[in-house]
Unconditional design. Structure first.
Length: 297
């Protein structure tokens, strides 16, 4: 007997593959002490992606997610930016982002970026990418060792190589060095027009970069800080580490994290919370989560 209302030859929709980008919150940086650039830049938030030829820390891209179209809830958590720490002019590390299945537990997670160091007061933090070291060789207790990154999420911070400099924070694309933050990673899971509209990452030419390390001087954003001033915060939803601040008791804030899911439009359920931005590119639907929420397949 045929099922009621089911056409002959009908085939129920099956599973579908979902590409993803997962970016943690970037680390904050301390303020400059006196006139010397001896504070370290903030480390970038960890980055994992299935999209493109490389993932964070120059690791192999992750496998795509397989959604079964069975009503599973996927909980998206967006990492917060580090900075404005409770201890005076010392910044704080960012927090992590994750994708968790209601049936299978944590599918992927990344750590927040490590804070930059302040000479004689706060060691650089480790995380997705590590915070930069401080450098003031004439002062005992300087933190000349940078924070470390996680192998498949980012890179270590930079080591200060002179008395009056600090190391830049590590990025998803490269380690930090003396003064400069490590570069972010270009992930074009969303075209640059839509990335600009969504205000995520940092668009440069035909690419969108995420998780760049903060500079010890002259700012830090998604591509290692080339376009920021030394008093600006990192862009929100970029995962970038913060630049060092020149203001008294004003540690700079890193960039918050972001999660992007890209799936065939034929599989998209339309059932979400958290108000993600929704874009269509060709035959795909793309969800951009800038705050925590859910997707039900």
């Amino acid at each position: 007997m045929l099922g009621k209302g089911i056409p002959i030859g009908f085939k129920a929709p099956g599973p579908y593959d979902v590409g993803f980008l997962l970016v943690g919150g970037g680390g904050g940086a301390c303020r400059i002490i006196g006139s010397a650039f001896q504070a370290g830049g903030g480390g970038a938030g960890g980055l994992k992606t299935s999209y493109g030829s490389v993932s964070g820390g120059q690791s192999t891209p992750k496998p795509v997610l397989n959604f079964l179209r069975d009503g599973t809830t996927y909980t998206i958590t967006i990492g917060g930016a580090g900075g404005l720490g409770s201890t005076g002019n010392i910044g704080s590390s960012g927090t992590g982002s994750s994708i968790v299945s209601s049936t299978a537990g944590t599918l992927h997670s990344v750590s927040g970026g490590g804070r930059g160091s302040k000479q004689s007061s706060a060691a650089p933090g480790s995380g997705g990418s590590g915070g930069g070291a401080s450098g003031y060789a004439g002062q005992p207790g300087s933190y000349l060792t940078p924070g470390s990154g996680i192998a498949d999420e980012g890179h270590s911070g930079g080591t200060a190589t002179s008395s009056y400099s600090g190391g830049g924070g590590g990025g998803a694309g490269a380690a930090g060095n003396d003064l400069h933050g490590g570069s972010g990673l270009a992930v074009n899971i969303l075209n640059t027009t839509n990335a600009t509209t969504a205000s995520i990452g940092e668009v440069s030419g035909s690419d969108t970069y995420y998780s760049g390390g903060g500079k010890s001087a002259n700012g830090g954003r998604g591509i290692g800080g080339t376009s920021a001033s030394n008093s600006s915060y990192a862009s929100a939803n970029s995962g970038a580490g913060s630049a060092v601040s020149t203001g008294y008791n004003q540690p700079n804030r890193g960039g918050s994290g972001v999660v992007v899911l890209r799936m065939p439009s034929s599989g998209y359920s339309g059932v979400t919370t958290g108000n993600p931005d929704v874009y269509t590119e060709g035959s795909d639907t793309i969800l951009v989560y800038k705050s925590s929420g859910t997707y039900v397949d």
